[in-house]
Structures are given as structure tokens and as C-alpha cells.
Design a protein around this ligand. Structure first.
Ligand code: SF4
Ligand code: SF4
Ligand code: SF4
Length: 299
């Protein structure tokens, strides 16, 4: 039997109008999919497929697709798309639609956001393991223990040592990213998704420490590796400090000055292959995914 796919142009227009994602420009190059960190770690989130489904007007299929909830909003798909398509905007639009249809309660949605926030505790543990040159092994029990164990501010406190000096490499890094223009208003921190788990990471403090030359502490810490590169700090800085670029350069400096090996970024990718599947399973459990049956009942 032949099967055919009927494209609904009205639904497609509705998605485009709501999401402002320029989906019609997608030429299916797959850059978003090959760069998505969640997909790299799990093979379970395909932003190109989501954009493709939106272009076909497959709204019911999108609503019931569990991967809509796997996105970490790192904006990487937007940054790499040569056609200025914004896959994550489609994802956020579909999530909003699911909430409007009451397929997921606001309370459950709150718990979902809380889970994403606490997941940064597991990321920190994974990064620390890599910094200690140890191999990460994780069980579901350990994953949950990490999720449920807050990091105390004391664990991440910094002893100020003003004897530090700015090295020429650091000076160049900070000049290139306009980091010295920071006047500590904290707009970067307020917009940072990782800062939601406050004791772990604060972008404004990272920039401040860099400006004060506290490099040894910074370059050996988990902070510069906890950033997910979403660029919200840069977009929200009135002083035009390029926060994400500062952190990227600090990572390069950590490699150059032997705080971490050249292979550190790929070690982190391997570590993410261990931790992300646990997160996605937790999301499935929490939200009762897939939502298909409920979605069809609603229509
Ligand atoms: S990167 Fe852009 S053009 Fe390429 S598949 Fe993804 S959305 Fe489409
Ligand atoms: S924003 Fe979401 S879909 Fe896009 S690259 Fe990041 S995790 Fe993947
Ligand atoms: S790019 Fe900026 S806002 Fe995004 S995670 Fe990194 S520090 Fe936070």
C-alpha cells in the first residue's frame, strides 16, 4: 500500500508565525543536528528533523515527540545554522503549545525546569571527574544522589589573592572580549541558565576574577567548563562585554597553560555521553512521555 504525506500549509504558517524561527529557509544541511550537544551524547534529539516536521505542518507529531523536552536551550543550533533558522524557537513554541493544551500541568513544568537546574550539579561532578583525570562511571542511584545534593557556596568559594598579575595572554583575551568594560551590574548572571543553580557558577564573578588576574583559580576550576555557550550573557550586556567569548578564550588559555590536556574538550564530550542518557530518562519519567494519546484526545 502506498503512503502519502499531506502537507498542511496553514499549520506550517501557524508554527512559523508563532515561533519566528525562519523554518522555510532550512535546506536540511544537518549542521544543527551534528552540533547539538544532546544529540551528540544520546542520538535522541534531532533539531533538523524538528524543523522538517514543522515545515510539513506535523503539529500532532511534534506535540507527541519526546525530544521536544530534551533540548537544553544552549542555542548551538542557532549559532551553526548557515540559513539563520532557529530550531530551538520551534522547540520552545511547541512546548508552549503543550502547556496551553494542558497536556502537561504548570506544576510538572516547574518540576521539569527544576530538574534541568539540578542537572548542572551532575555536570559539575562530571567535569570535576575529568579534571581529576578519573573515569566517570554512573548508576541511576548515583545520578539521583547527585541531582538531590546541593552544592554549598563554601565548596565554590574563592580566596582572593591580589598578588596575581595579568599575563600578556590573559590581557589580550580580556581586551578582545571587552571584559574590562564590565561594571558588575550582573545582567549577565541574571540571564544565564547555568546561574539558576547559583552556588555552582556565576558569569559575572568569572569576568570579575579574570579582570583581577585570578587566573590560577579560574583556569583550574569547573566554572569555565560549566558554561553552555548560549551567549545570553553577551546579548544582555549593556557594556558590550562578550561574556561567552571571554569564557571560550579562558578555556583555550587553560589548555595553552597546561591546566588541562589538549584532549579535555573531547573528554567532556565522552563524559556527557554518560550523564545525558540519565537526564533524558528522568525527563521521560517526569513528564510521562510520549504525550501522543493525550494529544490526540485533545484534538
Ligand atoms: S542547520 Fe539550519 S539549514 Fe541546516 S538543517 Fe539545521 S535548520 Fe536546516
Ligand atoms: S538549543 Fe537544543 S536543539 Fe539546539 S543545539 Fe542546543 S540542545 Fe540542541
Ligand atoms: S554563554 Fe554566558 S549566559 Fe550562556 S551559559 Fe555561558 S556564561 Fe551563562
Amino acid at each position: 500500500m502506498e503512503s502519502s504525506l499531506l502537507i498542511d500549509p496553514l499549520v506550517r504558517q501557524e508554527i512559523e508565525g508563532g515561533a519566528h524561527a525562519a523554518i522555510n529557509l532550512c535546506w536540511t544541511c544537518q549542521s544543527c543536528t551534528t552540533e547539538c550537544p544532546v544529540n551528540l551524547a544520546t542520538n535522541r534529539l534531532n533539531p533538523m528533523k524538528i524543523v522538517r516536521m514543522a515545515n510539513f505542518g506535523l503539529i500532532d507529531e511534534l506535540i507527541s515527540d519526546p525530544s521536544i523536552w530534551y533540548c537544553q536551550s544552549c542555542n548551538r543550533c542557532i549559532q551553526v545554522c548557515p540559513m539563520t533558522v532557529k530550531p530551538v524557537h520551534v522547540i520552545n513554541y511547541i512546548r508552549e503549545l503543550i502547556l496551553q493544551k494542558n497536556l502537561i500541568s504548570r506544576d510538572t513544568y516547574q518540576q521539569f525546569n527544576d530538574l534541568l537546574r539540578r542537572f548542572h550539579r551532575v555536570r559539575r561532578y562530571g567535569i570535576l571527574t575529568c579534571l581529576k583525570k578519573e573515569k566517570l562511571s554512573l548508576s541511576a542511584e548515583k545520578f539521583n544522589e547527585l541531582l538531590n545534593t546541593p552544592i554549598t557556596p563554601e565548596e565554590e568559594s574563592v580566596l582572593m589573592d591580589f598578588s596575581s598579575e595579568l599575563s600578556p595572554s590573559l590581557l589580550k583575551t580580556l581586551n578582545d572580549a571587552d571584559t574590562f568594560s564590565c561594571f558588575t551590574c550582573s545582567a549577565c548572571s541574571s540571564s544565564c541558565p547555568v546561574f539558576l543553580e547559583r552556588p555552582l557558577f556565576e558569569p559575572q564573578s568569572v569576568f570579575r576574577m579574570a579582570n583581577l588576574g585570578l587566573t590560577d583559580k579560574l583556569l583550574s576550576s569547573t566554572w569555565i567548563w560549566l558554561c553552555i555557550g548560549c551567549q545570553r550573557c553577551t546579548d544582555n550586556c549593556s557594556q558590550l562585554v562578550k561574556g561567552h567569548a571571554t569564557i571560550e578564550s579562558l578555556r583555550a588559555l587553560a589548555v595553552k597553560e597546561d591546566f588541562v590536556p589538549v584532549s579535555f574538550a573531547s573528554q567532556l564530550k565522552e563524559m556527557e555521553k554518560v550523564i545525558y542518557p540519565y537526564l533524558l530518562d528522568e525527563i521521560d519519567k517526569l513528564l510521562g512521555l510520549p504525550l501522543k494519546d493525550t494529544a490526540q484526545k485533545q484534538n
